[in-house]
Design a protein around this ligand. Structure first.
Ligand SMILES: C[S@@+](CC[C@H](N)C(=O)[O-])C[C@H]1O[C@@H](n2cnc3c(N)ncnc32)[C@H](O)[C@@H]1O
Length: 219
């Protein structure tokens, strides 16, 4: 599944076009994982993910898109679900695989671009996006939603956690509720719910940052 072999091995973007976030920062996502934990990498699953899982919101095969170092994927796998985590940051994927081995948890982690998910070659009942959607610009968001549609079951569910713009002190890339709904509507998705939530980060204290927890289904 790796997109980082052969002549592309020296390309920090693995042959893909850098995303808008990478063009803005001038760094590949992988650089976020060098020299210590990334700002979002709390070393624990997000409380919102744990709560949704406890309520039975994750079923069947699970895809965690932009899985980072795998805390959410590993938590879901520890509940007995088959989980694949994908990311473009090889360093994060290596950390996630090491955690899986150390904790004795069965989960797979692969280098796959979220904008080209059809490469995975299978569909999932539940897809988790924790902190990826909000890093994309509008054009990427539409490509991303189309990419997701290629790997979700017809009766599958997308669970998405992103920074919101409802209060000061939110994270980078805050998203408005209407903006989120509009992206889903024009991307061929049916919004089931968009609820206020919090995202834990390493720099927002115990309260975390204002967020949306959105649930959507392919329409
Ligand atoms: C804000 S971090 C969130 C990581 C993880 N979900 C978490 O909660 O800790 C966003 C993640 O998305 C990954 N990412 C960014 N663009 C991507 C793309 N086009 N395809 C796959 N992963 C991507 C980054 O490498 C990073 O790990």
């Amino acid at each position: 599944m790796s997109e980082r072999s052969g002549p592309l091995a020296d390309d920090p973007f693995g042959g893909r076009r850098p995303t808008s976030h990478e063009r803005t920062t001038g760094q590949p996502w992988d650089a976020s994982y060098h020299g210590g934990p990334a700002p979002w990498d709390t070393g624990r699953p997000q409380p919102a993910v744990v709560r949704v899982a406890a309520a039975g919101g994750f079923t069947g095969a699970v895809l965690d898109v932009g899985c980072g170092t795998g805390e959410n994927a590993l938590y879901l796998a520890s509940t007995g679900l088959p989980v694949l985590g994908v990311d473009v940051a090889d360093t994060a994927l290596a950390i996630a695989r090491d955690k899986a081995t150390d904790r004795g948890i069965e989960a797979r982690f692969e280098d796959v671009d979220a904008l080209r998910l059809s490469r995975v070659g299978r569909r999932f009942t539940t897809v988790l996006d924790c902190g990826l959607f909000h890093t994309f610009d509008r054009e990427e968001q539409q490509r991303y939603l189309a990419s997701l549609a290629a790997v979700i079951e017809r009766d599958g569910v997308l669970i998405l956690l992103c920074f919101s713009d409802v209060a000061p002190g939110t994270g980078p890339h805050p998203v408005g509720r209407d903006e989120l709904r509009a992206a889903f509507d024009s991307g061929g998705w049916r919004v089931v719910s968009v609820e206020p939530e919090r995202i834990q980060t390493r720099f927002h204290g115990d309260e975390g940052a204002p967020a949306w927890l959105a649930t959507a289904a392919p329409s």
